[in-house]
Design a protein around this ligand. Structure first.
Ligand code: HPA
Ligand code: ZN
Length: 346
């Protein structure tokens, strides 16, 4: 790249942020379930909800921490019963992603949230797989599925989930670790991640969102993950930051989520700029967009607006990082980065 980023005026940033091709690497598909679709599925499947209206449900989206969000997020997912429900949910996300110039999305899904309610694993994966195929064919969006283990449950339960996933091994690009971080360190899942590694699955884990920097180190050393989801608390340990820079471990940062879950008081206080300036391989993502006030472009736009130090070069680097950190093929990555270069050159 020979671009003169410094010549790009700040006024052009919103347009560039929207238009630049990007990948989304930290998106819980159940967290894209909008209140309107929750109510539509509740009627279609005759599942009662604890909230009388879309407005009442949306009004409940005032979170104090991760757990207060998870309680409502698992309740929202209770309306998903049939393959069509999972397909409709994911297609609604893909339509938004396509409109926001997302070229590639790696979707987290939480099978245990569904299998524990009696929804078969096959129902979940069939609906999501169909949406992944339609995203490619109808919208030109490349997509892959990452199965997450719920860390508040046991490793034995994670093994049982892996067992159910094995017949569908080729439909899953990797595994992750989500749900309540505090008190559920990566070490708890050492054996199941080792097994997933033997199976050739890509590995990622949430760490350093609410949990301490030691959880980030354990995710790398014990689970052997390739990316850290969130990771923003790494800055509390300078030696860990040095290591993450040296090894260029991607961090999938989710600014609006961090503010909604009170990891940072305001977006202006978010450390995204500090992470980039330290040389960390940060990316921007939406986490649970239906709950946290915006999809990926809203995350870019609001963060760049709130943090004036973020530049056009930072925008380019974030988008480039998103492709480089993805599990897509090298030819696809090269094509998307060439497209990104053209947007910043033009
Ligand atoms: N953190 C942990 N678990 C989750 C999240 C999150 O942000 N979203 C959905 N499950
Ligand atoms: Zn997450």
């Amino acid at each position: 790249m020979t671009n003169d980023f410094d010549a790009i005026p700040r006024e052009r940033l919103p347009e560039l942020l929207r238009r630049m091709p990007k990948a989304e690497l930290h998106l819980h598909i159940e967290g894209s379930l909008e209140p309107e679709l929750i109510f539509a599925l509740s009627a279609r499947n005759r599942v009662a909800l604890a909230y009388p209206s879309v407005e009442a449900l949306r009004a409940a989206y005032a979170f104090t921490d991760l757990q207060s969000f998870l309680d409502i997020y698992y309740a929202g997912a209770s309306v998903l019963l049939k393959p069509q429900d999972f397909e409709d949910m994911a297609m609604a996300y893909f339509a938004k992603a396509a409109a926001e110039n997302v070229r590639h999305a790696e979707l987290f899904f939480d099978p245990q949230t569904h299998t524990d309610r009696g929804v078969p694993f096959g129902t979940v994966i069939d609906g999501l797989t169909r949406a992944v195929q339609r995203a490619r064919d109808e919208l030109g969006v490349s997509a892959a599925l990452i199965m997450c283990f719920l860390r508040h449950l046991s490793e034995e339960a994670a093994f049982a989930t892996l067992e159910q996933a094995l017949p569908y091994r080729d439909r899953i690009v990797g595994v992750g670790l989500d749900s309540g971080e505090r008190g559920n360190p990566p070490e708890k899942f050492a054996r199941v991640f080792a097994r997933c590694r033997e199976l050739g699955l890509h590995l990622v884990a949430h760490a350093g969102e609410e949990g301490p920097p030691a959880y980030i180190a354990a995710a790398l050393d014990v689970l052997k993950v390739e990316r850290i989801d969130h990771g923003v608390r790494c800055v509390e340990d300078p030696a860990l930051v040095q290591r993450l820079v040296r090894e260029q471990v991607p961090l999938t940062v989710c600014p609006l989520s961090n503010v909604k879950l009170c990891v940072f008081g305001t977006l202006a206080q978010h450390n995204l700029k500090a992470l980039l300036d330290a040389g960390l391989k940060a990316t921007v993502n939406s986490d649970d967009p239906a709950y946290f006030g915006g999809y990926v472009n809203q995350n870019y736009l609001e963060t760049f607006e709130a943090v004036p130090a973020l530049t056009a070069r930072d925008a380019y680097v974030l988008a480039r990082n998103s492709f480089e950190a993805s599990f897509a093929g090298e030819a696809d990555k090269r094509r998307w980065i060439a497209e990104l270069d053209a947007v910043f050159a033009g």
